[in-house]
Design a protein around this ligand. Structure first.
Ligand SMILES: *[C@@H]1O[C@H](CO)[C@@H](O)[C@H](O)[C@H]1NC(C)=O
Ligand SMILES: *[C@@H]1O[C@H](CO)[C@@H](O)[C@H](O)[C@H]1NC(C)=O
Ligand SMILES: *[C@@H]1O[C@H](CO)[C@@H](O)[C@H](O)[C@H]1NC(C)=O
Length: 220
């Protein structure tokens, strides 16, 4: 499922719209929420958000995530942040060196990062990968970052942002409730299965008990 919001005003009106566009990964119990398009101003610090939802509580011993960068879709992905020794750790790549920092919160399923002193060469595609076993699906968020050298004129952007933000908020709510429903269904299914197993087992025990008693009676 991919939810994409087109901006009628053109990209320039989207300047402060980091959280306008939400994209959820394909149909699975793991959903990744990201802003699909972020515009950053040269030499400032930009936050790139990535959060995920999962039916399962995060288990440090199984959890895995990566942030990768590629200048264009045709370029190879360069991993610049990963989960190492129970911590989200920046890797000192030639491109980012010490400019990337983890800015999220694992307790809140938040894998966001910041890039400081944004350069024009930082524009490109940022991938946020996450795996949270026993959830089998891998979450994948894709963010397109553009870097501009000056703020666009403020015309119509407030309206576009307000409309976009409310749509974005609604989408986030819809996605969240879908995940909750999925998780509840999954748990119900599991309960049903275990109930059936219990009944079968109880049935067996009753039968065995009966035979045992019968045998005892025969001996008595
Ligand atoms: C980006 O920002 C830096 C620092 O403010 C400045 O020196 C540089 O000229 C800017 N680059 C462009 C292309 O505007
Ligand atoms: C990527 O590669 C394809 C096929 O080689 C080419 O048609 C396309 O123009 C390339 N895209 C970019 C952004 O370089
Ligand atoms: C992250 O990268 C490591 C090393 O390449 C890989 O083993 C792991 O599966 C990756 N995790 C995700 C969620 O992509």
């Amino acid at each position: 499922m991919a939810l994409v919001l087109r901006d009628p005003q053109g990209a320039s009106a989207m300047f402060t719209s980091a959280l306008l566009l939400f994209v959820a990964s394909s149909v699975s119990s793991m959903e990744v929420l990201v802003a699909q398009q972020i515009n950053a101003l040269n030499a400032t610090t930009v936050k790139i958000s990535c959060t995920f939802t999962s039916c399962y509580k995060l288990d440090i011993s199984k959890f895995s995530m990566n942030w990768t960068y590629q200048a264009t879709r045709n370029d190879t992905e360069e991993t610049f942040m990963t989960f190492l020794k129970s911590r989200i750790t920046p890797l000192r790549t030639e491109h980012f060196w010490d400019r990337v920092k983890f800015a999220g919160n694992l307790d809140k399923n938040d894998l966001s990062i910041t890039i400081s002193d944004v350069q024009l060469t930082d524009k490109g595609i940022y991938n946020c990968y996450v795996r949270n076993p026993p959830d089998r699906a891998e979450g994948h968020g894709i963010i397109q970052l553009s870097v501009v050298t000056e703020l666009p004129p403020p015309r119509d952007s407030t309206i576009a942002v307000a409309v976009g933000a409310s749509i974005g908020g609604m989408l986030a709510l819809v996605i969240l409730s879908m995940v909750i429903i999925k998780c509840v269904r999954r748990h119900k299914k599991q309960e049903l299965i275990s109930d059936e197993q219990k009944m079968e087992e109880e049935g067996k025990t009753d039968g065995d008990g009966g035979t045992e008693e019968g045998t005892k009676n025969d001996f008595a």
